[in-house]
Design a protein around this ligand. Structure first.
Ligand code: FAD
Length: 456
């Protein structure tokens, strides 16, 4: 045994999961992340199975001055789930979800996906706000805020978080909630992965079982976007609708002449009573000429899988995020202009409504600062050929820049890319100073810095 392998042997001895290094047969699989743009070569990947493993990995990274990346569902478009020459703590083997139907709560292990979560809670007719693609991680999505089909009626994912167990930068395990370590619990709800590794997260649940949902497609037209914004303003909170601007999908419900042509689509989820479904359809008919539609009653977990196949791992992605209080004519003009030049079938703009219950939480009650924002815009270019990277990244940046004058200073940290670090302060606005205080307390050396970083 040589001295260079000794520390790794110690790490291997300390964890029950797997420690993968360069040269191991599984190294290439272990180092891969969802966004193929980030082809990095970590020194060590620890596939943790419990909090003790996570603690050992964090301590090891610190002792050996290795940059540390934390990976749950692996969906970070910015590539924060991997790092060259550093240590990756991979949580994807920690996916259990324990549901307490009587208390209407569920506790998910830190590497669970929304697919895992929805499967577990749906069996008992319960749900909470989660991501609209089932392969996204519960951890990364919640810590940044969490927008999804139930947001208008139930708030952001982070608003439904009631407790978390966190492995801190010291490698210690801290249980936090409204009473214990309330400062950490506050910061976790919107502050991203800055404060430690959440090895489990507990949520409040609501009775939600079947929903009426799917896609209604219209020509790309500013009037459709304007009508959609009015729909959000006038509809009950059980009606959630995400405005998607994309190229028409090659799906049976859309006539062929619309395949590959720019469209607006209302990605709708109605979680109210079935007797009201007809009214929802009538409202969607009112948005403009419907060119294709897929809407039906389905179990809540199903609506969160509709786009899974279209977004497999291994594509290249580059995103930007912005908040706005209204969908102004100026913003709509920008969306229509760039919507007409979408670079690929997988690229899209998605405008999530974050009013209703999201606004019933105060702007300083959690770290998520933009309780006055009504819309969260994500602009995402997606492509396969590396030769397209320069064009598609430049397209996204130009789109984002054009949208800037029509939106607020900040945006959603989970929709931003790695080159948005200079926007972090604006993303947290009035909560910035308090977040830095919590960061100084729990991670003064900035061990957790691969994120939209709150520099201590
Ligand atoms: P990872 O890459 O595993 O993690 C991202 C970062 O989050 C990590 O680097 C780390 O800093 C932190 N992190 C993750 N898990 C933990 C943990 N347990 N403890 C501490 N830190 C952790 N967002 C929405 O709000 N709503 C959506 O509907 C939505 N849909 C999406 C669909 C797709 C296809 C993609 C790619 C992204 C989507 N997002 C959505 C954005 C998503 O919220 C972020 O990409 C989020 O960071 C993903 O979390 P993850 O755990 O999958 O990613």
């Amino acid at each position: 045994m040589t001295t260079t392998t000794e520390p790794l042997d110690t790490l291997r001895g300390a964890v029950r999961g797997t420690v993968v290094t360069r040269g191991d047969p599984s190294y290439d699989v272990s180092r891969r992340v969802y966004n193929a743009l980030h082809d990095r070569r970590p020194a060590v990947v620890v596939h943790a199975v419990d909090a003790a493993d996570v603690s050992a990995a964090v301590r090891y990274a610190r002792e050996h001055a290795l940059p540390l990346a934390v990976r749950g569902g692996s969906h970070s478009v910015a590539g924060f789930g991997t790092v060259d020459d550093g240590l990756v703590v991979d949580l994807s083997r920690m996916r259990g979800v324990r549901v307490d139907p009587e208390a209407r709560t569920a506790r998910a292990a830190g590497g669970a996906t929304w697919g895992d979560f929805n499967h577990a809670t749906h069996a008992f007719g319960l749900a909470t706000t989660g991501g609209v693609v089932s392969t996204t991680g519960v951890g990364g999505l919640t810590l940044g805020g969490g927008m999804g089909h139930l947001a208008r009626r139930s708030g952001l994912s982070c608003d439904n978080l009631v407790a978390a167990d966190v492995v801190t930068a010291e490698g210690t395990l801290v249980a936090c909630d409204a009473e214990r370590h309330p400062d950490l619990f506050w910061a976790l709800r919107g502050g991203g992965g800055n404060f430690g590794v959440a090895v489990s997260l507990a949520y409040r649940l609501q009775p939600v079982s079947d929903v009426f949902g799917g896609l209604s497609c219209y020509p790309l037209d500013g009037d459709v976007a304007r009508a959609w914004a009015r729909l959000i303003a006038d509809s009950p909170e059980e009606l959630n609708s995400i405005l998607v601007i994309a190229l028409g999908p090659e799906e049976p419900f859309l006539p062929e002449r619309w395949h590959g042509r720019p469209i607006c689509a209302a990605f709708t989820c109605f979680s109210g009573p079935e007797t009201e479904d007809g009214k929802v359809l009538a409202r969607l008919d009112g948005l403009g000429p419907v060119v294709g539609r897929f809407m039906e009653r389905m179990p809540y977990p199903v609506i969160n899988t509709l786009f899974d196949e279209q977004l497999p791992p291994g594509l290249r992605h580059y995103w930007k995020g912005r908040f706005s209080r209204e969908l102004s004519d100026g913003a709509i003009d920008v969306h229509m202009e760039f919507g007409g030049t979408m670079p690929s079938m997988e690229s899209d703009t998605a405008i999530f409504p974050i009013d209703g219950a999201c606004h019933r939480v105060g702007p300083e009650e959690t770290a998520f600062a933009y309780r006055d924002a009504v819309f969260s815009h994500s602009i995402g270019a997606t492509w396969t050929d590396p030769a397209d990277s320069e064009h598609d990244i430049a397209w996204t940046r130009a789109y984002d820049e054009a949208l800037r004058p029509h939106t607020q200073e900040g945006g959603y940290v989970n929709f931003m890319d790695a080159d948005d670090q200079d926007r972090t302060r604006g993303n947290y606005r009035q909560n910035w100073d308090r977040l830095r205080t919590v960061k100084r307390r729990y991670d003064p050396d900035n061990v957790f810095r691969l994120n939209q970083n709150i520099v201590p």
